[in-house]
Design a protein around this ligand. Sequence first.
Ligand SMILES: Cc1ncc(COP(=O)(O)O)c(C=O)c1O
Length: 489
Amino acid sequence: MLQLFHLSPEKAASLQQQLREQIARAILNGNMPLEKPLPSSRKLAKQLNIARNTVVLTYEHLLDDGYLLARERSGYYVNPAILSRKPAAPRVEPAPRTQDAPDWSRHFVLNPSAQRNKIKPRDWQNFPYPFIYGQFDPALFPTANWRECCRDAVSVPAIRDWASDRLDNDDPLLMEQIRTRLLPRRGVWARPEQILVTVGAQQALYILARLLLDKDRCLGIEDPGYMDVRNIALLNPSRVLPLPVDEHGLIIDDRLAACDCVYVTPSHQCPTTVTMPLERRYELLERAHRHDFLIIEDDYESETNYRSNPTPALKSLDRNERVIYTGSLSKTLAPGLRVGYLVGPEPLIREARALRRLMVRHPAANNQRSVALFLERGYHDALMMTLMQAYEERSQAMHAALDEFLPESSQQPAFGGSCYWVKGPDNLDARVLRQLAAERGVLIEPGDIHFHSENAPQNFFRLGYSSIPVERIRPGIEILAELIQGLCP
Ligand SMILES: Cc1ncc(COP(=O)(O)O)c(C=O)c1O
């Protein structure tokens, strides 16, 4: 039995955690006899060459969890009750296909997997030059501060607070932090009834599509623009009207009159990175009022503005309650956390909350509490300062390298942000470039996916710099330029 246990000091888990997990697994797998006591702590410690106390504490932990029974003067035994609830062993072989398996294609009313979407390699962290967009940088992640907040979010009083079924409610502490700390930075003032916490801005956009669109309604989207909004709207289904974008963002003209709703990224147009000037924002609001359409403002990267004075959010200029605002912590804290928020007039938030309840009830309450503490303690503000400094430096390095190796292919974003939108030679196919670049360790994102038409220009690509160390930028862009030269001599 002792051969069952292999402990390694190199593993992330402590020796005690490893031993506890291995004994529990051996019990559940039926590898520990019921009739014989477990080895004494002294014997097991000697055998495994670990401290006796480690074994004593492990046995006590297993006793507390009901894996073991203590018999006086005889030692610890496996508790047979734990085996009565043992799950069936997983099947190694998949179940054989039967003749009458359903034809799944006939059952689906939606086919989201068939939509055009971008590919994000899972192993991006293994590439030396990850010009990937929308990822985080492990070197900049505030590990100690985040851990502290997670730990405090699982204190006994905190668990009492969040662990119950909250139906459709959000963590009041997080609502307060969003209301008083994040939104005022964007000139937005909202009451709690005007805010909904979402599973990333993505869920906010999905909820809005469900609430506001149907086959007869028309959503105006930026072209090029955020592909997930296009996909969400097309899936709903609703009519989608691509609206062109210039160096000041969405072009405001009579096409807007046909829309019931318009999706915009005014602070940092996705993907071109341009910022909509104030006059154009007012013009858009005036059109919304005149033609009676709603505006969805996606302020997804508002917090990474380090190059210009922040332009107030469209929402902050809105006097007619036409702007619905979405924000996110993905671009500052971490995309994997999935925390975003939706701000809008009370009737809209009421419906959004009710719909969210049907979908997920609410985003995980422990996650909400950890984020709330992170904001409350000022760690998010400190993080933003760190990110801004790093991004500013990287942006300068990007600018210099692009200027040197791919001159006139891009504009330095006036806003900041974390990416460049690059236009290659007219005959470049950025999808081919992506493949060749990946073979040389360089990750890029072809831009065709952002265009509405399937016959999109192929020569654009996006270079993110949120995850690449500054010293890798120049060599990475040099490789890209060399590959482009080879493809388009
Ligand atoms: C333009 C835009 N909007 C929204 C989102 C979704 O953000 P979240 O991670 O908060 O769901 C993204 C994600 O990359 C994005 O690029």
